[in-house]
Design a protein around this ligand. Structure first.
Ligand code: T3D
Length: 266
């Protein structure tokens, strides 16, 4: 792991920290590659059952590193074998897919401003806890861009089409409290309590039925783009697989015995 992205493990919880606080954790090519590596490692590590994504210092993530981007624009297409906007396909899309397809819960602990693709990262996570002083800024239009990293898909599903158009076109900061009222974040806590609240939630999820959480993610993503008949069939497939898990059997036996279930994540 590089310094620009840290990954720490505590029990079954992994915390990925974007770590360029001097640049509000803006994403360089190197940081995006490191983030993708960390996400994929967490995804494939059976010992990790919940992931926290957060930022070092005052910001969650300021999105694309505009200094690096300006250099690429200045150098012109082909300067690095790619055009400047190839980063969407090369980096952002795989990062978002790594989060949404990860078979375990991913929590964004939004510790400060989340701007542009930085906000998109948070929206791609399963749950978002924001510090009261945090804000969301759909900054794309401020630099003459449209949404990327899934924001056109996620915002309207979280908060509706009208809100998505407003946030993307006006590109004004959204306070944590407004984000909560819009459904863009799951909870808001006092700034000093964010890390603890995220750890507590992640520990709870890490002690839960991991395969069921993976099925919840898969089922919700499927239903977002399919009709009811297809979604019913998908649910049946997922339930069939879950019915054969050790966690389902153990939890059913525990219920009958009036005991608390202990989930092993299998
Ligand atoms: O091809 C493609 O499609 C590319 C993909 C693009 C996807 C995107 O993410 S587009 C959107 C890019 N992000 C932005 O437009 C946000 C730009 N940043 C800001 O608006 C503000 O910095 C913040 C609202 C995020 C934070 O404001 P504040 O007042 O807390 O901090 P600051 O003073 O503006 O910034 C502190 C430092 O971080 C400063 O550096 P300095 O002057 O101290 O050396 C600033 O330049 C740096 N910084 C902040 N954001 C970025 C950044 N450096 C590079 N890239 C950034 N995005």
């Amino acid at each position: 792991m590089t310094d620009s992205v840290l990954c720490e493990h505590e029990g079954a919880v992994a915390t990925i920290t974007l770590n360029r606080p001097e640049a509000r954790n803006a994403l360089t090519a190197e940081a995006k590659t490191a983030l993708l590596t960390a996400l994929r490692q967490c995804g494939s590590d059976a010992g990790v059952r919940a992931v926290i994504l957060t930022g070092a210092g005052r910001a969650f993530c300021a999105g694309q590193d505009l200094r690096e981007h300006a250099d690429l624009l200045e150098a012109g297409p082909g300067s690095m074998g790619t055009g400047p906007s190839d980063t969407v396909r090369a980096h952002y899309n795989p990062i978002i897919t790594a989060i949404t397809s990860m078979p375990k819960p991913v929590i964004a602990a939004v510790n400060g401003v989340a701007a542009g693709a930085g906000a998109s990262l948070a929206f791609a996570c399963d749950l978002r806890i924001a510090a009261r002083g945090a804000s969301l800024l759909m900054a794309f239009a401020r630099v003459g861009l449209g949404p990327d990293s899934g924001a056109s898909w996620t915002i309207q599903r979280l908060a509706g089409l009208a809100t998505a158009a407003e946030l993307l076109m006006l590109a004004e900061p959204v306070t944590a409290e407004r984000a909560l009222s819009l459904g863009l974040v799951t909870a808001v806590v006092d700034d000093g309590e964010l890390a603890g609240a995220a750890r507590e939630l992640a520990a709870r999820l890490a002690a839960g039925p991991t395969a069921a959480y993976a099925a919840i993610k898969e089922g919700l993503a499927y239903a977002a783009t399919h009709d009811l008949a297809d979604s019913l069939d998908k649910e049946a497939q997922l339930q069939d697989a879950l019915g054969r898990t050790q966690d389902h059997r153990a939890a059913t036996v525990a219920f009958v015995r009036k005991e608390q279930p202990v989930f092993q994540g299998r």
